[in-house]
Design a protein around this ligand. Structure first.
Ligand SMILES: [Fe+2]
Length: 170
């Protein structure tokens, strides 16, 4: 829940900016501020969980992060929409890692605390690997995004050239 609430906080905020409209931006800032309060509630309850039962809390954290899905992922055609959302700067792998996953892991001191044992200690190490994999995914996504933008730009250029030819012919 902590990650989802933070993800919605960040994406609503970025949607506001992307709208380029003062009212929409203010509205989404307000929604985003609420999401932040939801996030803080779950984050602090979970922090207490890590202090009371660190191993159990790690089992849950591991399960959540290895299966993370954005709210709304059941919407038909969500994958294609996610690409548009990412290209618009609303939510993408880099934002997911830097603004959602890492701040929470730091707050819970996941890689500093020494109270995980057995399976939970292995899961902590696996999360370290997962973070590296997410880094990789960010780099790959950046390349794909750049290609997509270049493709869109060259399509627009071709269209403009065609229009120019058409208008000079008439
Ligand atoms: Fe929420």
């Amino acid at each position: 829940m902590t990650f989802q609430e933070l993800a919605t906080r960040v994406s609503h905020r970025n949607t506001g900016k992307a709208c380029n409209d003062t009212i929409a931006d203010q509205l989404l800032q307000r929604v985003s501020a609420d999401e932040n309060l939801h996030m803080i509630f779950y984050r602090d309850v979970s922090a207490a969980g890590f202090d009371i039962a660190p191993n159990q809390a790690m089992h849950s954290l591991h399960k959540v992060l290895t299966n993370f899905k954005m709210p709304g992922y059941t919407i038909p055609d969500f994958r294609r929409k996610a690409v548009v959302i990412a290209a618009g700067g609303v939510y993408d792998p880099r934002i997911h890692l830097d603004d959602v996953v890492m701040p929470v892991l730091k707050k819970w001191r996941i890689f500093e605390r020494e109270d995980f044992t057995g399976k939970a200690a292995r899961q902590r190490d696996e999360l370290g690997t997962l973070v590296e994999e997410l880094e990789d995914a960010c780099d790959k996504f950046e390349v794909a995004k750049r290609r997509r933008l270049e493709r869109l730009a060259s399509m627009a250029e071709k269209r403009a050239a065609k229009n120019l030819v058409a208008s000079s012919a008439s």
